[in-house]
Design a protein around this ligand. Structure first.
Ligand SMILES: [Fe+2]
Ligand SMILES: [Fe+2]
Length: 247
């Protein structure tokens, strides 16, 4: 029995591919088949696989049916969290998604799931990705006006994450793995509301995705930081090999 994670499958069996880089970069070539084979070799029916957002390019559920079916057909128990491109998943309709796909898939939002004595908590998160205005010494002097809007999104996501932690804590869980789609910090931050919340509840690990391509892989924290393990699990970073989080 093991817990695995990976994000950013960006499937498009029915919908139009919206990222040109996904065509150009070799790592994306035939990635659906490579990922499926890797899962079939690695994951047993007793294992759990958390898919950390950006599942599909489909604009609505009808355009995602084959993508979600592909995920259903992977081995093990599958838990999904939201990414910024998951247009099919309206937070307010999460219950409906769960009703449609139970017991094949679990959509985690304002809730938690259990793995051994751990609570799996999470939300999409949000990270301001710039532009940042720098002075000649490379110090940040101003952020784009979008940053004010970004702060609101961060607050909303922090509230959702807290709901997830609190539900688990109320049920007696004290060990947590925290899942975000966005990196826990922007490229300039050492800490954020998300790293602070991970510390407040004593999460063992923070798993995130969203960063694609070599130039973005080191946008946020890797490895140990203030007593917590951070792992980037975007599919292209992991070369479509799910990362083992826990035995
Ligand atoms: Fe993505
Ligand atoms: Fe993303």
């Amino acid at each position: 029995m093991a817990l695995y994670a990976i994000g950013d499958l960006h499937l498009h069996f029915q919908s139009v591919l919206k990222a040109p880089g996904q065509l150009r970069d070799r790592v994306w070539r035939n990635h659906e088949e490579r990922f499926r084979k890797n899962c079939q070799k690695l994951i047993t029916p007793e294992d759990t696989l958390v898919l950390v957002g950006d599942h599909s390019w489909g604009r609505n559920l009808a355009e995602c049916e084959q993508d979600l079916q592909y995920i259903c057909d992977l081995p093990g128990r599958k838990i999904l969290t939201r990414g910024n491109h998951d247009m099919f998943w309206d937070v307010k309709k999460t219950r409906r998604l769960n009703e449609l796909y139970q017991p094949r898939l679990t959509f985690l939002q304002d809730s938690y799931e259990v793995y051994r004595d751990y609570a799996l908590v999470g939300t999409k998160g949000y990270t301001f990705e710039g532009p940042f205005w720098l002075d000649r010494r490379g110090r940040v002097v101003d952020w784009d006006e979008a940053e004010a809007h970004a702060k609101k999104l961060v607050e909303r996501e922090l509230a959702r994450l807290r709901t997830s932690f609190e539900l688990a804590r109320a049920d007696g869980y004290r060990k947590y793995i925290m899942f975000l789609h966005y990196p826990p910090t922007n490229i300039l931050e050492e800490r954020s509301g998300f790293t602070d919340m991970a510390e407040e509840y004593g999460a063992d690990q923070v798993i995130y995705a969203h960063s694609h391509g070599e130039s973005r892989f080191h946008d946020s924290i890797h490895g140990q930081f203030r007593g917590i393990e951070y792992h980037l699990t975007s599919g292209d970073y992991l070369r479509w090999q799910p990362l083992k989080i826990l035995d």
